[in-house]
Design a protein around this ligand. Structure first.
Ligand SMILES: *Cc1c(COP(=O)(O)O)cnc(C)c1O
Length: 221
């Protein structure tokens, strides 16, 4: 369990960038990690956890339902699975199209309050990745922001896998620029970017939420 090391890294990168403490939130990505490890991180104070695989996630959510966990869905969304997502998560960071957004809104139980969503943006135009293109993004923000049971919180991206740090940095900086342009219209407060391998670059570029799996929990089982 390296939660405290990761938090320490985040706090020192914040400091190095002249950001105030706790301006960057940690999402602990617990996919393929045991319930025991999630519980350990919880006991150390972690509250936000991210899951990619719905069946696995639902089991964990039910098992840990007595804990005060904020669950984020960060995997690919099959449109026939939106009901389970809408009913079990507080956040969905991987909204990529209008159809899925409409279903999530329609299927959200009113008593749970609005579902927090981020739109996933495919900044690099990577054919292997999900996400809306930069061109389509403003239109999708407009649509999603009007769904009654969704609350559009911001943008999320996964950069193309590369050894070229300059490319990753450019991707993060591009999304930050677009985020800043759209922020006044939609009241965004969340720019979700950065994982175990690139969280320093992401924070320096303006991320407000890093999603760290292996860095927190160790290699996935
Ligand atoms: C798995 C995953 C992460 C965490 O990746 P690590 O390299 O383990 O930190 C972050 N975001 C998304 C969308 C993921 O699927």
């Amino acid at each position: 369990m390296n939660l405290e090391n990761v938090l320490h890294t985040i706090r020192s990168v914040e400091k190095g960038c002249g950001l105030s403490q706790h301006s960057v939130q940690l999402l602990a990505v617990s996919k393929k990690q045991s319930i025991k490890k999630i519980h350990q991180a919880y006991d150390l104070g972690q509250r936000a956890f991210g899951e990619n695989y719905l069946q696995e996630a639902i089991e964990k959510i039910h098992y840990l339902k007595q804990l005060d966990i904020e669950w984020h869905f960060i995997g690919r969304i099959q449109s026939n699975k939106t009901k389970l997502i809408a009913e079990n998560f507080s956040w969905v960071q991987t909204v990529c199209d209008e159809k899925v957004a409409r279903r999530l809104s329609d299927q959200r139980l009113v008593e749970l309050g609005p579902l927090n969503v981020c739109i996933q943006v495919n900044v690099d135009g990577d054919p292997d990745k999900a996400g809306v293109s930069l061109e389509e993004l403003p239109k999708l923000c407009d649509v999603v922001s009007q769904f009654k049971h969704l609350r559009l919180r911001g943008l999320m991206t996964i950069p193309q896998l590369t050894d070229d740090e300059a490319q990753t940095k450019a991707t993060f900086e591009k999304l930050k620029q677009v985020y800043d342009e759209l922020q006044p219209t939609y009241g965004f407060d969340t720019l979700s970017m950065g994982m175990s391998g690139d969280l320093e670059l992401a924070i320096a570029a303006g991320s407000t939420m890093v999603r760290v799996g292996a860095g927190v929990f160790g290699p996935r089982g």
